[in-house]
Design a protein around this ligand. Sequence first.
Ligand SMILES: [Fe+2]
Length: 187
Amino acid sequence: MQLAKWAHDLAESMLAESLPDRWAHSQRVYSQALTLAPALGADAELLAAAAIAHDVGYAQAAVDTGQHMIDGARYLRDVAGADPRLCSLVAFHTSSPWEASELGLSDALAEFGPAEPDLVDAITYCDLTSSPVGALVDPAERLAEVLARYGPEHVVYQAVSAARPELLARVARVRQRSLEAKLSNLS
Ligand SMILES: [Fe+2]
């Protein structure tokens, strides 16, 4: 777990003290990523690394555009020298393309493409099953909480409203793949 350990130490140094709730959330996202390992095979460590680092764009050292997925991916690429696939997963996680579109940042996001759909599904599942303070949560409740927290005027509200059907479809696909992997391990 060399890549995951590296990402864990980096994310901890950026979030643990200054943004403790984000750090608690990130740790839950990481533990959710570990539960998907049987379905991911060789990409399990990459997902774990992206999970723990997915919100580093909220750290003061990384904030630039204000779109935390792009800011985090840029920091990981330009400052930390991270694996391009790790940067891509952080860039595209959850509602990022919708937020980038609302903010006129789609070209900035495209620098990290192409997205890897199965892994984007997986990191979105991990993010949406983890509450803002690190508890396990139902994805539909999590999205409702995000909408309530930001309010209808905010770009995140507009992006998440538009993204909601696809985000829940990602969760369903991951659950199905995870179930299939468990069943094939039993047979
Ligand atoms: Fe998150």
